[in-house]
Design a protein around this ligand. Structure first.
Ligand code: NPQ
Ligand code: MG
Length: 369
């Protein structure tokens, strides 16, 4: 495949409500979109990097720079030999920058699949037509406000609730949600690294609430700490930030640092590495689910396809478009009986809406090949 042009386009989308996690609050999502043009097809993808390096070390301005100055030249060097499957090895000499690598691989894969007429789901090996939808619920000012938000999501049909937690916002909100919505609610929590192993006894107080899992309680490099914590609490430990590759996943599983994995293609360098994590986890009998980075319809479409693979056995953070955006960049993903439909058209199967795109665009830059 020969690329003719790569466009980097910065967009900004307002969120329907502020989203607060243990690392900060955001009210709008600023995103770099990558648009790849070949003689035969076009591909779109979105970079997950946020404005500030708080979820991980990556951030959007640095990502734009590394894409332009360090990653694209390596793709240009491949010439006609470029395929989505070769992106990973071509970019491997550049250390880190998974989100920046992931967006390039995803845009090229989209173009390649649109050219061959295959869907993301078909290519990755999805075995389901629809996937169950969970929702990630931010930290709120009061428990009453939280209960109202959760009630609203359940009324819409979400099949699993994930509460963001941090020290000072953990036992009380979890207890309140469990008491109000009962023992059958699929409920889990996500700390985004906000605790230390010294908090083990406190976190064990979550045990009676029968949570599906606790996600990333400790620091992202602290695999041994997670292994120790897993022995001290009853709730299953799930890793998010710690897992940046299939090798990380294998190590974490072998160490007993997690018994469940949150797979985010953007965090691990792309959909191909995400599938390898799915496979490693499956071989160990470790269930996985698909995380989210407040994607627009572009990234959401590909995530939903990935979530159709067989070892994605827990509902993901694959929510409907209107969980985050009043106006998505594509036709909205909507809940149908608590599920999202895996797109079947070529590539991601979604089309970017030109008028919406124009409205949210802040800047653009073209890189000719
Ligand atoms: C998580 N996502 O699982 C992340 C965290 C997260 C849906 O909970 C801007 C960009 C804001 C990325 C907020 C969910 C974000 C972000 C939260 C990621 O840990
Ligand atoms: Mg998380």
């Amino acid at each position: 495949m020969r690329i003719e042009n790569i466009e980097l386009r910065r967009v900004s989308l307002p969120l329907v409500r502020p989203f607060r996690t243990s690392f900060g609050t955001i009210t709008e999502r600023e995103i770099t979109l990558v648009h790849v043009s070949t003689a035969h097809a076009e591909g779109w993808a979105e970079c997950a990097a946020e404005v500030r390096p708080l979820y991980s070390s990556e951030f959007i301005d640095a990502s734009d720079l590394v894409i332009r100055d360090h990653l694209i030249p390596r793709l240009q060097a491949l010439g006609d030999d470029l395929t989505a499957e070769r992106v990973g090895s071509a970019l491997a000499p550049v250390k880190g920058h998974q989100m920046s690598k992931a967006v390039l691989e995803a845009a090229i894969l989209d173009a390649q699949l649109r050219q061959s007429g295959q869907s993301f789901g078909g290519y990755l090996g999805a075995v389901h037509d629809t996937v169950p939808a969970g929702v990630s619920v931010g930290i709120m000012d009061t428990v009453d406000e939280l209960l109202e938000a959760v009630a609203g999501y359940l009324a819409q049909g979400y099949l699993r609730i994930k509460l963001k937690i941090e020290p000072g916002w953990d036992l009380a909100p979890v207890r309140a949600v469990r008491e109000r919505f009962g023992p059958d609610l699929l409920l889990q929590v996500d700390a985004n690294t906000a605790y230390t192993l010294a908090d083990a006894r406190h976190l064990a107080r979550l045990d009676p609430f029968d949570l599906l899992l606790i996600e990333q309680p400790l620091g992202e490099r602290d695999l041994l700490g997670h292994a120790a914590l897993a022995r001290l609490i009853g709730t299953a430990v799930c890793l998010d930030e710690s897992i940046e590759s299939a090798q990380d996943a294998a190590a974490a599983i072998s160490l007993g640092a997690c018994s469940i994995i949150n797979v985010k293609p953007s965090r691990v360098g792309g959909y191909l590495e995400a599938r390898r994590i799915h496979d490693v986890a499956a071989a160990h009998g470790v269930p996985v689910w698909c995380g989210g980075m407040l994607e627009t319809g572009i990234g959401r479409a590909a995530n939903v396809a990935l979530a159709g693979l067989p070892n994605f056995v827990l509902p993901g953070d694959t929510s409907a478009s209107d969980r985050y955006y009043a106006q998505d960049l594509t036709a909205p993903f909507v809940l149908e009986d608590g599920h999202l439909r895996v797109p079947t058209g070529p590539g991601t199967g979604v089309q970017v809406l030109p008028d919406v795109l124009a409205e949210v665009t802040r800047s653009r830059r073209d890189i000719r090949f």
